[in-house]
Write a protein that binds this ligand. Structure first.
Ligand SMILES: [Mg+2]
Length: 372
């Protein structure tokens, strides 16, 4: 089997709100083969930069569009192709956008392999740890502490036993920060897990003060309180509190994760398969975390392609902690983009059993929303 084409589909709602979830647009990679099998993957990054990284022309040996180095290759050789792509952009792309682009490609290659062999990706990865995976409802904070409490109650009523709130208005002042977490806990009750995603708002000492204050409300983890490159700050914070510190969604490739784990001493390793280098790299990151005794969770705030990928991956590693899941059914691309939709039941998501990723593009939605 040979790769015959690699294409980036950029889909976008006609009007984008500043507070929409990340389903307001989507970048999908589609790879075709001479066997008539096509695979899809997703990238959560700067859309047109991804398109240029993949569809751009050959410039020279170590700067080239990734499509150029994939055409004619065997899609089964995911490990070799990962390094072929890495070498093809060795100074422009060892982290960031090029690794993001490679993530969508790698995901699509695994989708092709699964469809060809009629097996789900998790089986090809050697997985099978779970039939279903516990998930948490992932949400932005309400506009006020009381509104956050109402949201928490709603997620509990939907059957979730774990809920995360994140970003604005966290970080405005100490009183409001603490009230947001207090009301989230009030809404949730005492018998559910509460995660707090600070959204990159503090320095290490402020984060340490908040971690201590939030401890009164038994939070399960405190996520991304610092700017991503402040590995020393992460170390000070992690060593100064017994609250679990979670991070990783801003990283691409395993070296960034080594920094977070070994320098930053984080407790929960968060991996977005649409950014980290795909399944091929995601498996290695999970393994490095396992060696350090650390649990991992996915990061995912985009479409059901990412949700499916996360479930295959979490089902293939020994240290899967929980699955991030956006439970809000907003009017975004997500509900239309794929034929399959995921719904949590009693706070769990079923692992897909269909070949490949187990999700297919709805071509009608592609026609409707494609802008590039
Ligand atoms: Mg986050």
């Amino acid at each position: 089997m040979k790769i015959t084409n690699v294409e980036v589909l950029y889909l976008r709602l006609p009007a984008i709100k500043s507070q929409a979830d990340s389903g307001q647009d989507a970048v999908v990679v589609r790879i075709d083969t001479d066997a008539g099998i096509s695979g899809i993957g997703e990238v959560d990054s700067n859309p047109m930069a991804v398109k240029g990284t993949i569809e751009g022309p050959y410039s020279h040996k170590i700067t080239t569009g990734l499509r150029e180095v994939l055409i004619g290759q065997d899609p089964f050789e995911t490990e070799r192709l990962w390094y072929r792509m890495y070498d093809a952009n060795v100074y422009a792309g060892r982290s960031g956008v090029a690794i993001h682009a490679m993530s969508g490609i790698d995901m699509a290659l695994w989708d092709i392999k699964g469809k060809y062999l009629k097996m789900p990706v998790w089986k090809l990865l050697g997985g099978g740890f779970h039939k279903r995976i516990r998930c948490y409802a992932s949400s932005l904070f309400g506009a006020t502490p009381l509104a956050t409490g109402d949201l928490a109650r709603r997620y509990r009523d939907q059957g979730f036993t774990a809920v995360k709130f994140g970003w604005d208005p966290m970080g405005q002042n100490e009183t409001n920060d603490i009230a947001l977490v207090r009301e989230a806990r009030n809404g949730l009750g005492d018998d559910a897990d509460l995660m707090i995603d600070a959204g990159l708002v503090w320095d290490a000492k402020t984060a340490l003060q908040r971690a201590r204050a939030f401890d009164d409300f038994h939070i399960f983890w405190l996520e991304e309180p610092l700017r991503p490159d402040d590995y020393e700050g992460y170390r000070k914070l992690s060593e100064g509190t017994h609250v679990r510190i979670a991070a990783g969604e801003e990283e691409s490739n395993r070296l960034g994760y080594l920094n977070l784990m070994d320098r930053g001493k984080i407790d929960v390793v968060q991996v977005d398969l649409t950014r980290c280098g795909g399944f091929t790299e995601g498996m290695k990151i999970a393994s490095l975390a396992w060696d350090r005794g650390l649990p991992v969770a996915n990061h995912g705030f985009t479409t059901y392609i990412n949700v499916a990928a996360a479930l295959h991956w979490l089902n293939s590693i020994p240290n899967a902690l929980i699955c991030e899941f956006v439970a809000e059914e907003e009017t975004t691309l997500r509900e239309e983009l794929t034929h399959q939709r995921f719904r949590a039941k009693d706070g769990y998501l079923e692992v897909p059993e269909e070949p490949g990723l187990g999700v297919d593009l709805n071509e009608e939605a592609v026609r409707k929303y494609r802008v590039a």
